[in-house]
Design a binder for this molecule. Structure first.
Ligand SMILES: NC(=O)c1ccc[n+]([C@@H]2O[C@H](COP(=O)([O-])OP(=O)(O)OC[C@H]3O[C@@H](n4cnc5c(N)ncnc54)[C@H](O)[C@@H]3O)[C@@H](O)[C@H]2O)c1
Ligand SMILES: [Zn+2]
Length: 366
């Protein structure tokens, strides 16, 4: 592969499902970046109406020398990550006669990646797909690890499959059009990797957050690279979330409860996770694992990324507790939480006892 346009390349080691993640500038328009990842002639780009006018032509131009390329433009939004939209993808694949050697190219954020990936997992029992993530969150989280799926009215991400892409191209040029709030939401997941397993990365983020906010390309590239390394290591060790992969849910049980309480879409997922990680840090301090200096460092780095560091105060502790107990990670009635033994060392814990009540009371009225 021609790699003269700079940028790191990572390998996700998953046996015969292994693949590369390329990170850098100019990737979407560089036909060499796709080489070896698309095996058949036909390609269907699945994207949405926000991303299509910005980047679809670039991708099409890069591919059309070697492939027959068509595009399916879906409506934008989490509300469309459902079975009805999935059916639209299948309708197009079938009516246009796509065969088993076709490739789906997912061009968009996590919603498009999850939808298009699941369509690829199920169409004719599985065809190839490429991830071209266009949000920071998708570049550091949803495009890596092979989880795909859609929402059901009774639960988020409840219908899906594990299906690994044949390549991920994380082109940082696309971040130029990403709104600040979406950028910050992706940064929450980046900070999460530092907190759960990479203390040196956390230190680096702390030192560089201002330049990251300014989207300085070499620093953004490094933050994405280091995040993908961390996620890829966790996924390689535990592809189907039997153990370590659950640590990626730091802040998420709290965060999902906040998202549900506020109504989905009021806070972005990453914003809720940022507040949730602060709540997990508060609880970890009560257990004697973190000291106040460490908790303050966590709050400061998230605040400097322009993220919330506490839940909104118009909800109640009781409501959040009820919503947390409904989280899908609850096993046998026992709410397992990801907590921090140290910055860079997360653990799954069920023995926090009354400290959870104290943490909720710290932020919220009864
Ligand atoms: N599969 C996984 O492992 C995994 C992990 C985390 C999250 N997810 C899923 O990812 C989804 C969230 O992903 P997201 O945060 O990327 O949201 P998203 O896909 O809804 O994108 C956010 C918004 O940004 C727009 N957008 C995308 N790229 C843009 C660009 N370059 N410039 C301007 N606007 C752009 C989108 O059209 C959308 O309006 C959720 O459905 C979540 O469940 C999946
Ligand atoms: Zn998340």
């Amino acid at each position: 592969m021609n790699n003269h346009q700079s940028g790191p390349k990572l390998h996700v080691a998953l046996g015969d499902r292994s693949y590369d993640i390329l990170i850098g500038t100019g990737l979407l328009g560089n036909s060499d970046a796709y080489e070896g990842a698309i095996h058949g002639r036909s390609v269907l780009i699945v994207t949405n109406e926000t991303v299509a006018p910005l980047y679809c032509e670039t991708v099409k131009n890069a591919l059309s020398a070697r492939h027959t390329v068509d595009t399916l433009v879906l409506p934008d939004g989490e509300a469309y990550k459902n079975l009805a939209t999935l059916e639209r993808i299948f309708d197009r694949l079938l009516s246009d006669g796509y065969s088993r050697d076709a490739t789906i190219v997912a061009l968009g954020g996590g919603v498009i990646g999850d939808l298009a990936g699941f369509a690829a997992a199920a169409y004719q029992r599985g065809i190839d797909f490429l991830q071209l993530p266009t949000t920071l969150l998708a570049q550091v989280d949803s495009s890596v690890g092979g989880k795909t799926g859609v929402n059901h009215p009774l639960g988020k991400n409840m219908i899906g499959a594990f299906h690994q892409p044949t390549r991920v191209l994380a082109d940082i040029d696309v971040l130029a059009s990403l709104p600040d709030r979406e950028f910050a939401a992706g940064m929450a997941e980046i900070v999460k990797y530092g907190l759960i397993r990479d203390a040196a990365f956390f230190d680096w983020l702390e030192a560089n957050m201002d330049a990251l906010n300014a989207r300085e390309p070499s620093l953004v590239t490094e933050a994405i690279r280091r995040s993908c390394v961390n996620k890829a290591e966790v996924v390689a060790a535990d592809e189907r979330e039997a153990g370590e992969r659950a640590l990626l849910n730091l802040g998420h049980t709290f965060g999902h409860a906040l998202e549900a309480d506020l109504g989905y879409g009021v806070w972005l997922h990453g914003e809720a996770v940022a507040a949730g990680m602060c709540m997990a840090a508060n609880l970890s301090q009560r257990l004697g694992w973190l000291d106040s200096t460490q908790v303050e460092r966590i709050e400061r780095v998230l605040a400097s990324a322009r993220l919330p560091v506490a839940p909104p105060n118009d909800t109640s502790a009781e409501r959040i507790f009820d919503l947390m107990r409904r989280d899908k990670k609850v096993q046998a009635g026992n709410l397992r939480l990801v907590l921090l033994k140290d910055i860079g060392q997360a653990v799954l814990d069920t023995q926090y006892g009354d400290a959870l009540t104290s943490t909720l009371a710290h932020y919220l009225a009864a």
